[in-house]
Design a protein around this ligand. Structure first.
Ligand code: SIN
Ligand code: MN
Length: 266
């Protein structure tokens, strides 16, 4: 799957592109069928909310679950990113973000490349996210918020917030956010399960807490150009990966091959 000229232009100008219903409900069922089992695992990759009640993020599920391994090499995820980044890519980070009903906490305003540069010494912002909605994302359940065009500002000064949530993050102060929003506004792409968002690694974004009774699970592949691999290995390997080999995409029907089977840990 490749992006059209118009989509490439939107990505360059606005910093993101929203692609509704890229995956079928049957494909989403294969992935979602694995999620409760993954969240129930007693593994270091499962980071819980401050309450301890629910999982906030599962890192690196592509390394221990077959369905998510396949998603990590799925052509509809890999090809459009290779197109934007102009070459082969490797997996820098892989996360399933739960944002559980009633319990899902905020993600403060930040840029992903801010963290990748400061913590992992990634040389350039030649990396990005492609995210797949595993459940419907609505105005109620903690949709992502983007500040359009903020990716053009480069790396913005940030502070390391170790307090607000259970997960440390380099966050941007309120004055800066106010100025950026005065220029670019805020958008919040919403849509059914199966929809995809691609966004630039310097696009400023965050998401509010989920006080609704609806879970909001999104899986993020953070892909990096192979020449732009990280140079510093401060964070655990399951957060900032060290396999810099190019990802070779699988067949387009690779998820459907698992339909009706359990793809449990292998
Ligand atoms: C992120 O910014 O990395 C995650 C935000 C979210 O899942 O709401
Ligand atoms: Mn982020």
């Amino acid at each position: 799957m490749l992006l059209t000229e118009a989509q490439l232009e939107t990505f360059d100008k606005e910093g993101y592109v929203f692609l509704p219903e890229v995956y079928s409900q049957a494909e989403i069922d294969v992935l979602m069928g694995e999620v409760p089992g993954i969240f129930a695992l007693d593994r270091v990759e499962n980071v819980r909310e401050k309450t301890g009640k629910s999982v906030r993020t599962t890192f690196a599920a592509h390394t221990f679950n077959e369905a998510f391994r396949r998603l990590g090499r799925h052509p509809r995820m890999i090809e459009p990113v290779r197109q934007i980044l102009g070459g082969e890519v490797y997996m820098h980070q892989y996360k399933i973000n739960a944002k559980a009903a009633f319990d899902g906490d905020v993600w403060q305003w930040h840029q992903d490349y801010g963290t990748w540069a400061r913590d992992d010494a990634m040389p350039e912002a030649r990396a990005m996210n492609i995210a797949l909605f595993l459940e419907d994302v609505t105005e109620f359940n903690g949709a992502l918020m983007f500040i359009p065009r903020s990716h053009k500002k480069g790396v913005i000064e940030a502070g390391h917030d170790l307090e607000t949530t259970s997960y440390p993050l380099w966050t941007i102060d309120e004055d800066t956010i106010s100025k950026l929003v005065a220029e670019g506004g805020i958008v919040s792409p919403k849509g059914p399960a199966g929809s995809v968002i691609m966004f630039h690694s310097t696009l400023v974004h965050g998401s509010p807490s989920n006080m609704s009774p609806f879970d909001r699970t999104i899986v993020y592949l953070s892909l990096c150009h192979v020449e732009n691999h990280i140079r510093q290995f401060k964070r655990p390997e399951w957060i900032a990966h060290r396999d810099f080999d190019p990802i070779v995409p699988l067949a387009d029907d690779c998820l459907m091959e698992l339909a009706g089977k359990s793809a449990a840990a292998e």
